[in-house]
Design a protein around this ligand. Structure first.
Ligand code: SF4
Length: 364
């Protein structure tokens, strides 16, 4: 999940008189959830994510941004994002999607996991009352994205599933306006809302945080199996898919497990699925661990390539050779990157500019 600096109004280009420029602490904007079942005694069952919270009247679910009001379930973050930025698409990270373009990126408070290594915990582990938010309608979000020259809208920083209604409504308008919709997610969403989301989604980068249930239980308070189902569904629905794995020393850096993960990706999603192995830096609840050694990331990449995966990247080490895209057939470098900067591109109509091999992605 890409790191966000909060409340960058200057990037939005909102006029000084616009209401949207003013942030307000504790702003709540509601919308009825399409995914809940009413139970006896006014309780509800939330059907949006695998956590399936049972919530009594007046209470909220685990993600802190959904509330039972008189037996009906409401999102509290429809139109009140707390982070809005214009980011390079490479930051999401998407390496096979319109390289060198910008993505209008947003998040609200809340999340449906509690990762001990979260980069954005100040907003992901917050309630709407705890953060400063903008008031921005879906229409205004799309208008501003076009005005600042973004080619896509990114739902990111926290788990976008928790602001599902807002995301879908922005997504429908963005699609009509010729913008792509891209989603960086933990993959923790139920199949029906996911399939409906796929109608507006062009691309997804899913955090495959580890490859054991133990890792998900102990470090994220979640489960691995729903994430694997999400990956398979996205593939089936033909959403452009990339994967990110943050390699954390002593927690998920066992090369045999990483190999198993790569073999699963190859078998279930295809050898041409781009995968990003990112460097961990000590933060939040894992401050006592060291940063991931570069050698660990390089060994991980070598293992991934040995399994047959074709596009294997190393992230969070600007200037590393493995930030570049290489053609798996002729081995030439076809997209050059340094951090978020793009250098030479040798692609012609989505094919390697040297040997003509089709390269998966969204290139035009
Ligand atoms: S979306 Fe939120 S309220 Fe609904 S099941 Fe997931 S964590 Fe619980």
């Amino acid at each position: 999940m890409s790191f966000c600096m909060f409340s960058a109004t200057h990037l939005l280009g909102f006029p000084k008189t616009s209401r949207a420029q003013t942030t307000q602490k504790g702003l709540i904007k509601t919308k009825l959830s399409p995914y809940f079942t009413s139970l006896e005694g006014g309780e509800i069952l939330c059907e949006l994510c695998p956590r399936r919270c049972r919530v009594s009247k007046g209470k909220r679910g685990f993600c802190r941004v959904r509330e039972n009001r008189d037996g009906k379930y409401y999102s509290l973050v429809y139109g009140n994002p707390c982070a809005v930025h214009l980011d390079p698409i490479e930051k999401k990270p998407f390496f096979h999607l319109l390289p060198g373009t910008t993505s209008f990126s947003l998040a609200t408070a809340g999340c449906n996991l509690q990762c001990k290594f979260c980069q954005n915990w100040e907003i992901s582990q917050a309630s709407p009352e705890d953060v400063y938010s903008f008031e921005i309608s879906p229409e205004s979000m799309v208008t501003k994205a076009k005005e600042v020259g973004a080619r896509s809208i990114a739902y990111t920083y926290v788990e976008p599933t928790i602001f599902y209604e807002y995301m879908v409504d922005i997504g429908l308008l963005a699609k009509r306006a010729g913008l792509l919709n891209v989603y960086h997610s933990n993959g923790y969403i139920n199949p029906i809302p996911l399939r409906n989301l796929c109608k507006v989604l062009d691309a997804a980068n899913i955090d495959l945080k580890g490859f054991t249930e133990t890792f998900y239980h102990e470090l994220c308070d979640g489960e691995l199996s729903p994430v694997l189902e999400t990956l398979k569904t996205l593939k089936k629905e033909k959403v452009h898919l990339e994967i990110t794995n943050l390699v954390i020393p002593t927690k998920n850096d066992d090369l045999s497990v990483l190999k198993e993960m790569c073999l699963w990706v190859k078998r279930e999603l295809g050898a041409d699925t781009p995968i990003h192995f990112s460097r961990f830096y000590p933060l939040y609840k894992l401050k006592s661990l060291p940063p991931t050694p570069v050698s660990t990331l390089e060994k991980t990449r070598a293992v991934a390539l040995s399994t047959g995966l074709e596009y294997v990247y190393i992230g969070n080490i600007p200037g590393h050779e493995a930030e570049n895209t290489f053609c798996p057939k002729c081995k030439k470098m076809i997209i050059q990157r340094t951090g978020y900067m793009i250098g030479e591109i040798h692609l012609k109509a989505g094919k390697c500019g040297y040997c003509g091999k089709p390269i998966p992605g969204i290139w035009a």
